[in-house]
Ligand binder design. Sequence first.
Ligand SMILES: NC(=O)c1ccc[n+]([C@@H]2O[C@H](COP(=O)([O-])OP(=O)(O)OC[C@H]3O[C@@H](n4cnc5c(N)ncnc54)[C@H](OP(=O)(O)O)[C@@H]3O)[C@@H](O)[C@H]2O)c1
Length: 205
Amino acid sequence: MKIAIIGTGNVGSALAKGFAKAGHKVITGSRDVSKSKNNELVKYSSNISQKTIKEAISEAGIVVFTTPPIPAVEVAGDFPELKEKIIIDTTNALFNPPAPYKTAFEGIKAKTGSSKVVKCFNTTGAENMENPRYGNLGIDMFMAGSDPESKNIVAGLAKDIGFEECYDFGGDDRVELLEQLAFSWINLAIFQKNGRNFAFKIIKR
Ligand SMILES: NC(=O)c1ccc[n+]([C@@H]2O[C@H](COP(=O)([O-])OP(=O)(O)OC[C@H]3O[C@@H](n4cnc5c(N)ncnc54)[C@H](OP(=O)(O)O)[C@@H]3O)[C@@H](O)[C@H]2O)c1
């Protein structure tokens, strides 16, 4: 699969490496393609190339937003071709909502008109996205959105990069719940000082 990743910070880099390792073609789209992090990613894998945001979006079937929420919504409004793509929103708008929208997910849907927007890769730290394995155990990922076909593809991507399972939280109305789950992780990691090397895992009997 050809995957565009918009933003090459903590989350963008972690996902780019994971997708590339799993054999997907990754095109990072950034506002300054000469930045050193992009060069590091290109050196990391021949499956990663760096392009402008416009080129990345037009070449890929899946577009992953890993910028802060406000630029995610701004960029989403600039490219009409996004209407036809599967879009993954990894952002958390807990401290900086992209008004008038509560979440980037809501803004991206409104600006692109795409029905294929999936919230995923927002509920744990970037370190866990780069390495979702704890010994023999894979941690879990969570997603939400209204298009089952897109969610199947996104769940497959989560498993490709090492997550054990990608649980479906439900439709668009569960996106804010996923952002609260992210806040629960942030609360434990940062405010309660547990550090970033832990993850949520569903156990069953
Ligand atoms: N960090 C985590 O562990 C984590 C976990 C889950 C979810 N999230 C969410 O994921 C998102 C990204 O977090 P992060 O930690 O990866 O952030 P980050 O390291 O600060 O990276 C943000 C990226 O967004 C790009 N960007 C910012 N403004 C832009 C604009 N106007 N146009 C194009 N690109 C722009 C930056 O590009 P430049 O390099 O050009 O500045 C950078 O590559 C946030 O919404 C965050 O809430 C983060």
